[in-house]
Design a protein around this ligand. Structure first.
Ligand code: AMP
Length: 285
């Protein structure tokens, strides 16, 4: 596996791959790999001859009081894991290279990026769409794989690719979970032992909302939200940032629960650890 830190370097490799008629798959990440990341890398391999993984903790998608400085980081550990699943190139630029003095462009998406996590984290999706646009231009992929765990991010990226005519196929990968149901996340490493039960309440809450929807044909959005919140709020460590039932494409709040409705939520544990999760309400995982 090649480890590359410069945009010019990775672009040169990609040009060579393209020149040899090879298809390139990109998996953008912020590192501290877990099985969720590795599943995306394996998925990329199913669609491409060469897999490039970017590892960059993107400062401009973090708010001033968020966890940029404490975000877990260990390049050696991540290189080993990526190599084990057959990644061809690990692209790990530093922030001075990504955002040199004088950098002044922002890619901003209206609508889709403004509610849910975009509402709680002002500027977050501008940071995401800006860095992903750069990563696309630097790595020149044919396909890029993103996780459904960041459901809103995936919708925003699809919009970005449509609006800016990136010739890239976007592939969504289902959420990879611990046996307990907890969605895997690099931020789970912040959880202390006694915070685990609170963290499990996100997937447990979702399961109870799905169960209610299964049992009750005419269930209302309000009832679902109340049931999910009831499970989560039995844990005093939990503050609910949002629980919403939204259309899976537009991300607009649903008036009624339909087969296209998604249950999406964000919860902060002990004011420190913000976790997200989602699921289809009526079918799917
Ligand atoms: P991150 O490093 O957290 O920015 O995530 C990099 C990519 O991995 C994003 O596309 C995430 O949606 C995806 N991802 C993170 N956790 C999971 C998970 N548990 N299951 C599936 N995809 C995930």
């Amino acid at each position: 596996m090649k480890v590359v830190s410069s945009a010019v370097g990775v672009q040169e490799i990609s040009r060579r791959y393209r020149g040899n008629g090879l298809k390139i798959g990109l998996v953008p990440t912020m590192g501290w790999f877990h099985e969720g990341h590795l599943a995306l890398m394996k998925e990329a391999r199913n669609h491409a001859d060469k897999v490039i993984v970017s590892l960059f903790v993107n400062p401009i998608q973090f708010g001033p009081s968020e966890d940029f400085d404490s975000y877990p980081h260990d390049l050696e550990r991540d290189c080993k894991l990526a190599e084990e699943v057959g990644v061809d190139v690990l692209y790990a630029p530093n922030k001075e290279l990504m955002y040199p003095d004088g950098f002044s462009t922002t890619v901003h998406i209206e609508g889709l990026a403004s509610g849910l996590c975009g509402g709680d984290r002002p500027g977050h999706f501008d940071g995401v769409t800006t860095v992903v646009s750069k990563l696309f231009n630097q790595t020149l992929p044919h396909v890029a794989v993103f996780g459904e765990k960041d459901f809103q991010q995936l919708a925003v990226i699809r919009q970005l690719v449509r609006d800016l005519d990136f010739p890239i196929e976007i592939i969504g990968h289902p959420i990879v979970r611990e046996k307990s149901g907890l969605a895997m996340s690099s931020r789970n490493s912040y959880l202390k032992k006694d915070e685990m039960t609170a963290a499990h309440s996100l997937s447990k809450g979702i399961a109870s909302g799905r169960k209610l929807a299964l049992e009750k044909k005419e269930v209302s959005v309000r009832e679902i939200k109340k049931t999910v919140a009831g499970v989560i709020l039995t844990h005093p460590e939990c503050d609910i940032d949002y629980i919403e039932v939204v259309d899976q494409v537009t991300l607009q709040n649903c008036k009624y629960v339909t087969s296209d409705s998604m249950l999406v939520l964000a919860v902060t544990i002990n004011k420190r650890i913000r976790l997200i999760d989602n699921s289809k309400i009526r079918n799917g995982r």
